[in-house]
Ligand binder design. Structure first.
Ligand code: NI
Ligand code: MN
Length: 217
C-alpha cells in the first residue's frame, strides 16, 4: 500500500482501492499536485467542511464516480449535488468498496455536522487520519480498540494540535508510524516537524514527508 501526503491534510491511500482524504489541491499554496494529476479514486473521505478540507472533494467524486464518505449532514449535501455518498456519525463503522471506515471524534468546528477523524482499515492495515482536532483523551479509545499502523496528525497549532499535543496523541492512540500534517501551508500554522519527532522520541517512528512524498506500508 502506498500512502502519499499531498500537502496540508490531503492524503492519498493507494491499495486494493484508492481513497483520498480531505482533497485540498487547487487553492492550496503547498499542494504537490493538481486535481488533474490525481489517479482515479474510489472513495473520497471528508473530515469536515472547512474549505481547506472539502474544496476539491465533490469535484473529484464527480470526476471518478467515487463514493463520498462523510458526516451525515455533509453526505446529504453531496447527494443533493447528485453524488453517491455514505453518511455516518461518530462511533459508526461502514464498509465501502472493501475499505472499512470508523468515524472517530475530532474536537474542532464546522459549518455543517460535526468534525471527525477516520480510522480506515484497508488490506489488513489501519490508518488514522485525525482531521482537524485538538488533543483529547478520547484518542485513548483509538489506542485501545484500533491501534493504527500509521497516523496522520495535525501539528500546525492555531486551528489544531501543536507538536506537544500531537506527540501526546501518538501515545494515546498507540500509533506505530506517525506522519505530521496540517502545518507550513501558510505562515499562521508554521511548525517544526523535527521538534515533533524529538518529542515522540522512541515511542513511535515519525516519518516527515514533503508534499507529494509517499510512505510504503
Ligand atoms: Ni478546520
Ligand atoms: Mn484545517
Amino acid at each position: 500500500m502506498k500512502l502519499t501526503w499531498l500537502g496540508h491534510a490531503s492524503v492519498l491511500i493507494e491499495g486494493s482501492v484508492n481513497i483520498i482524504v480531505d482533497p485540498f489541491l487547487e487553492q492550496n499554496p503547498a499542494a504537490a499536485k493538481k486535481v488533474s494529476e490525481i489517479p482515479k479514486v474510489d472513495v473520497v473521505a471528508v473530515t469536515h467542511d472547512h474549505e481547506d478540507h472539502i474544496s476539491d472533494a465533490f469535484t473529484l467524486a464527480k470526476r471518478d464516480n467515487a463514493v463520498v464518505v462523510a458526516m451525515h449532514e455533509i453526505a446529504v449535501k453531496a447527494m443533493e449535488e447528485g453524488l453517491s455518498a455514505e453518511g455516518m456519525n461518530i462511533g459508526g463503522s461502514i464498509e465501502v468498496k472493501g475499505a472499512k471506515f470508523t468515524m472517530v471524534l475530532a474536537v474542532h468546528s464546522s459549518y455543517r455536522g460535526h468534525p471527525c477523524g477516520y480510522v480506515i482499515t484497508l488490506d489488513g492495515k489501519r490508518i488514522y487520519h485525525a482531521g482537524d482536532t485538538g488533543l483529547t483523551r478520547d484518542m485513548e479509545i483509538i489506542g485501545e480498540l484500533y491501534p493504527p499502523d500509521v497516523s496522520f496528525l495535525p501539528i500546525g497549532s492555531r486551528y489544531t494540535m501543536d507538536v506537544v499535543q500531537a506527540a501526546k496523541a501518538v501515545e494515546y492512540t498507540r500509533t506505530k508510524v506517525a506522519v505530521p500534517i496540517h502545518y507550513n501551508t501558510w505562515p499562521p500554522i508554521q511548525a517544526d516537524p523535527e521538534e515533533f519527532k524529538r518529542l515522540v522520541g522512541d515511542r513511535a517512528r515519525v516519518v516527515i514527508l514533503k508534499p507529494g512524498e509517499s510512505l510504503e506500508l
